[in-house]
Design a protein around this ligand. Structure first.
Ligand code: NAP
Length: 469
């Protein structure tokens, strides 16, 4: 293709796009303007100081607000909400135009109404569309839009909304239709939320960590201190290396427990068309985050375990043991059952950790997007349960028969590793019951849409999540 053809193609492409006006020449206005220009739009900035356009893209036109608004049907208002009042001064020019509200607030519920609804109230003769607020000026400028490719769009006017969604697509972003303008409040809250899906997993993990740590301190450090034996040196590595695997295993089991509860609820109700209780809904929605927190603790356990041979207290104990054998002139022979047990314990741990990592990797969007739904379910469900079995086995072989030894019950408290087994064993036993063929067939039928005749009295069908995990 020759240069002339290229130029013709570019100008043809440009002709197909309207001019877009941007009010405000600040960070966001400039970044969005550059992106629109790169995508073939003509951009006209509306500014209080049209003469001062040093930082603006060269191909853009800069006029005062009225002149700029007169030239375009779409006006992006890249100005803070506090300054919207100036729009009233030339409301007649804005009549019938599409005003795109891109604004964010500093905190949730800063104003009683959303910024977009406020804009619609100030300029009632225009059509307001909420969009672009979840994309940052920096991401638009640097092109690193991977994390914020989605643009949530809402408006009471469908035609105007579609027009803005076309612009969103044209600049390489993905529009998400969120419905009417009342949704603007929710959209404005998105960029202000701090890890909403991580809150429950992190609180659960933090709470369990504190409880298990205190339990270990009481059972190991305080008990020995009372008996006149100072083992406080264990606080740095030994105790944390007990806490991390125990909490990790509990969290892994907590990822699979809601799926089991959901199956039991569906079995009891005889239908999948009824809503789960809110607590179960919330729990199921954050299983991925729970799993990732559990994986991070498993990593810590692996790292803490690797440093054991280089610890001074461990080397000292090993040296003393050898010296004692020499002094007493005894030779400890290899205890084969103990060797088997130790290797089994380590092998289960290594394999469990391997599958743990596979689960974590497949939960990454770039990987999960590359597998189909069946493959994803296979990994997260089948391999997930295999991981739970291996890690539970790892803890069981570690503890072996110690829960039967009375001297391990310090102050009548069971050894800490037994605590780690409670939730995983409940999950595995319930799962074993649920996969008994006659029960499993019934659940499969329910999940394929079958309903027990008595279960559909309300007539209202609400689809619940696919809870195969
Ligand atoms: P900014 O850099 O402070 O720019 C705001 C612009 O508004 C100014 O450059 C000015 O343009 C105009 N302005 C200021 N006071 C005004 C007044 N009294 N009357 C009329 N116009 C006035 O802010 P920004 O970061 O670009 O943000 C603009 C909007 O985009 C905000 O609502 C923000 O919430 C939203 N947003 C920003 C980002 C981001 O990453 N920055 C991301 C998403 C959404 P002129 O001097 O040309 O008139």
């Amino acid at each position: 293709m020759g240069t002339k053809d290229m130029i013709a193609l570019c100008s043809d492409f440009k002709d197909k796009h309207d001019s877009v006006c941007i009010f405000g020449t600040g960070d966001f206005g400039r970044s969005l303007g550059s992106k629109l220009l790169q995508s073939g739009y003509s951009v006209i900035f509306g500014s209080r100081n049209p003469g001062d356009s040093r930082l603006l893209p060269r191909m853009a036109e800069v006029l005062n607000h009225v002149e700029a608004a007169e030239k375009c049907s779409v006006i992006i208002v890249a100005i803070q909400r506090d300054h919207y009042d100036f729009l009233k001064e030339f409301e007649e020019v804005l009549e019938g135009k599409i005003l795109v509200d891109v604004s964010n607030n500093l905190k949730i519920n800063q104003y009683p109404d959303s910024n977009a609804e406020y804009l619609a109230q100030i300029v009632p003769s225009a059509t307001v569309v909420k969009a672009f607020n979840t994309v940052s000026a920096w991401a638009l400028q640097s092109g690193s839009l991977d994390a914020s490719r989605q643009v949530f769009v809402c408006s009471d006017d469908n035609k105007a909304k579609q027009q803005i969604m076309d612009i969103v697509r044209a600049i390489g972003l993905t529009p998400q239709d969120k419905g009417c303008l009342v949704a603007a409040k929710e959209i404005e809250d998105y960029p202000l939320q701090l890890f909403p899906m991580w809150r429950l997993p992190i609180w659960t993990c933090g709470g369990l960590t504190v409880l298990v740590f205190l339990y270990c301190v009481i059972v190991d450090i305080a008990y020995n201190a009372v008996k006149g034996n100072d083992v406080s040196v264990q606080l740095m590595i030994t105790i944390p290396n007990r806490v991390f695997p125990i909490v990790s295993l509990m969290l892994l089991a907590l990822c699979y427990l809601p799926g089991v509860f959901a199956a039991i609820i569906q079995l009891c109700r005889g239908t999948k068309y009824s809503r789960f209780p809110n607590w179960l809904d919330g729990w199921m929605l954050c299983r991925k985050q729970l799993g990732l927190v559990a994986l991070s603790y498993a990593f810590l356990h692996a790292i803490y375990t690797l440093v054991i041979p280089i610890r001074y207290s461990v080397r000292h104990r090993a040296d003393m043991s050898i010296l004692n054998q020499i002094r007493q002139n005894i030779t400890r022979t290899l205890e084969k059952p103990l060797a088997w047990r130790s290797d089994t314990y380590l092998a289960l741990g290594i394999l469990g950790f391997f599958f743990y990592v596979v689960l974590g990797i497949t939960s990454l969007p770039s990987v999960s997007n590359a597998v189909n739904w069946r493959e994803f379910r296979f990994v997260q469900s089948k391999l997930g349960y295999l991981t739970l079995v291996l890690c539970t086995g790892h803890a069981m072989v570690f503890g072996w028969n110690r829960f039967l030894l009375l001297d391990r019950y310090r102050w009548y408290m069971p050894p800490v590793y037994t605590l780690s087994l409670v939730i995983p064993c409940i999950v595995l036993i319930l799962k074993l019951i649920l996969i008994i063929p006659c029960i499993d067939n019934k659940i499969t039928k329910i999940r394929q849409g079958w309903e027990r005749p008595s279960s559909n009295k309300s007539g209202a069908k609400i689809k619940t999540y696919d809870v195969a995990l």
